[in-house]
Write a protein that binds this ligand. Structure first.
Ligand code: PLP
Ligand code: ZN
Length: 448
């Protein structure tokens, strides 16, 4: 069976390009380009046949089928030579049964999809494996690409640097200076990328990288490039697979540049178009109140949209005021009867800390999603009987300053705008048995 995909203009002008063309916008009308698949060819397999195939590949040791992305190669990137796939077994991340937290919040069947349990610690690996593989194929086909470049709020650059290094392709990274975590800065440096720290915010870095990539020998790796969406769309498919091919009632996702929510929707729609699921979940997008252009637009029923100047937020990976994939996200939210909620610094930090006390280790963006969940449950929009999945976008270990700042605020000074209601600072004691034993007794008596 042969499957085929191509780039097609999202504005419906019908213009098509090869996925191996160096192009990000339609030459005729300037619209973004989406990867489009020959769905009729995919329909030649029944729903049951696809399910059987994907189940057989899950956690397989055969080259690249153990990856959650490449296990679905026919749906993601069908025409690429196996030797050009650059994979680090991304995907197949744990769907954490957060039932203890769920009971506290009032939605007993709560799951958290731990996308941060991945090679570079965020969901960005899902998209980057596809993009870098396509670049490797282009190079094998003789395309004159000198480097792959991106602007980043920290996680895209970590993923690009790692996959490019594994493939032996130079990476150029534009970062907003002082606005990403120490771990996120260390990652691309360690992987040998050219790291350019600019006195700008993410939106400023994005403008410059778009100019740089007018040069066709520098390939753009931001999510405007829809190859990344193809890898990221497997997250929704995996969630359904992990729930025994059943659809949850709600999926909650933190959103910045709005590529990921579009990808989530795209994967779920493909599942439906191929007859594997019959209904769709509702989607809730969660934004930081300090970077909320989509939330504001939602308040107007998406009739108005104004880019904003994003303010500093602990959820630094979504500190974006002018999201590239706004149009895609609105389309997705309309198709999924979606809502948009926001979280203040205080709400996101406390929601993250509360979740950690039930065994999770959440990044601040996951805190935004969990805070949004709490609000939607309180408002009655999400019901106690609903099956809810929260997408956790990065690993908490990338955000040590956030964790330590929250818990040890007496030693370090409070996080701005946060009253740490679940702070659990270490007790400093003399090295004496009596003092230690007394402290343990005191603490256990308080909790008991
Ligand atoms: C990139 C990122 C997001 C936002 O995804 P978008 O596609 O930009 O909306 C959320 N959380 C984390 C940790 C990220 O790295
Ligand atoms: Zn067009």
């Amino acid at each position: 069976m042969s499957y085929h995909s191509w780039l097609e203009c999202v504005r419906g002008c019908g213009r098509r390009y090869s996925i191996y063309d160096v192009i990000y916008r339609c030459e005729d009308c300037g619209g973004l380009l989406d990867v489009t698949h020959d769905v009729d060819a995919l329909r030649e397999h029944t729903a049951a046949e696809w399910v059987t195939l994907f189940e057989a590949r899950t956690h397989s040791h055969a080259w690249f089928h153990g990856s959650g992305v490449w296990a679905k190669k026919e749906w993601v990137c069908p025409e690429i030579a196996a030797e050009n796939v650059v994979s680090m077994a991304e995907g197949n991340t744990h769907l954490f049964p957060a039932f203890r937290l769920g009971r506290e919040i009032g939605v007993p069947e709560l799951w958290v999809k731990l996308c941060g349990n991945s090679h570079t610690g965020s969901f960005k690996d899902l998209g980057m494996t596809v993009l870098v593989s396509v670049v490797k194929q282009m190079l094998a086909d003789g395309k004159p690409i000198r480097a792959v470049a991106c602007a980043s709020t920290g996680d895209t650059s970590a993923a690009l640097a790692a996959y490019a290094a594994a493939a032996g392709i130079p990476a150029v990274i534009l970062l907003p200076k002082g606005k990403i975590s120490t771990a996120q800065l260390a990652q691309p440096i360690a992987n040998g990328a050219l790291v350019l720290a600019l006195d700008a915010d993410f939106d400023g870095c994005m403008r410059i990288v778009q100019q740089l990539t007018h040069d066709p020998t520098i390939y753009l790796a931001n999510s405007m490039n829809s190859l990344r969406i193809e890898g990221q769309k497997t997250v929704g498919i995996e969630i359904v697979q992990q729930l025994g091919w059943e659809v949850p009632d709600w999926v909650i996702i933190p959103a910045g540049n709005l590529g990921n929510v579009s990808a989530l929707g795209k994967g779920l729609l493909l599942l439906r178009d191929l007859g594997i699921i019959q209904k769709l979940p509702r989607i809730a997008c969660a934004q930081a109140a300090h970077a909320n252009p989509l939330y504001r637009s939602f308040q107007t029923g998406f009739t108005q949209y104004t880019p904003i100047q994003a303010q500093k937020t602990l959820a630094s990976a979504i500190q974006i005021g002018d999201p590239v994939s706004y149009e895609r996200a609105v389309k997705t939210l309309r198709a999924f009867d979606g809502v948009v909620e926001q979280a203040t610094e205080d709400e996101l930090a406390n929601a993250a800390a509360r979740a950690d006390r039930t065994g999770l280790y959440t990044c601040p963006h996951t805190g935004v999603a969990l805070a949004a969940l709490e609000k939607l449950v309180t408002r009655g929009e999400i019901k106690a009987s609903d099956r809810v999945v929260v997408i956790s976008t990065a690993h908490g270990l990338k955000f040590t300053d956030f964790k330590v700042g929250y818990h040890d605020h007496e030693a370090r000074g409070a996080l701005e705008g946060v009253e740490a209601r679940y702070a659990n600072p270490p007790l400093v004691l003399p090295a004496e048995y009596e003092a230690v034993s007394a402290a343990i007794d005191r603490t256990l008596a308080k909790k008991g």
